[in-house]
Design a protein around this ligand. Sequence first.
Ligand SMILES: [Zn+2]
Length: 280
Amino acid sequence: MPLLGTHVSSAGSILKTFGRAKEVGAEVFQFFLRSPRVWRWKGVSDEVAESFSRSARELGTPIMVHSPYLINLASKDEELRKRSIEVFVEELKFCDEVGVAFYNFHPGTAKGISEEEAIQRIILSLEEIFSRYTPKNTWVLLENTAGERGDIGKNFRELERVISHFRGANMGVCLDTCHAFAYGYEINSRRGFLKFKEEISSSVGLHRIKAIHCNDSKTPLGSRRDRHQHIGLGYIGLEGFRNLLRDEHFGKLPYYLETPKVEDWDRVNLKVLRCLVENG
Ligand SMILES: [Zn+2]
């Protein structure tokens, strides 16, 4: 059975995430350690870290931290790339120490450089990150992108280029359903879904997909735009989520909603997913 959950706010304290997840009936959750568009982080006291660690153990399901949007491991601006590495190491170390299962990040954006060069820079940055800190528990997850504005990681061949460099490392993929569909993977038809699975098997490998960002798409197949929609109300539709949830591999993974935060919609979206798991 898949574990179903959502992104929650960490405003006020990261300790509040547990209650916020519980409130909407989420079995797993994701959050930002800092405001995602700000470099500065005031950090967390030892006391809060210990308390978080205890609650994570009690919860017993995989918690995910999403890295800030500002970081770009592919940047040709050396100052920005160095800063991104600093933030990455700082957050990864924290995640590893407090029992966060997954640290998710967008691989990087090719701004003013070729995609090939961007991929090389991402590899270089990750090499530096792992040489400075090797996580014992936390898995680093590259998120597939919609391929907007030079975003690297739009298909599994690109992700494989990076991951194949780090064979023995705790490195995998977080599959964002909206991004995959917007890039052009037709996961909402049986044929499209099987082709999609086949492409994963022949590149990164199904075993490398560790988690799902579960979002419908406000824009059509191949639109290359990153616009999340409530489950079943977008262009993917229920059929796409049914394909994933009832699949022998994807059906065992944790799912994290990143759908619009309005009213009680987290609860509604989780209910829809639960219905698909139970009734098909
Ligand atoms: Zn996502």
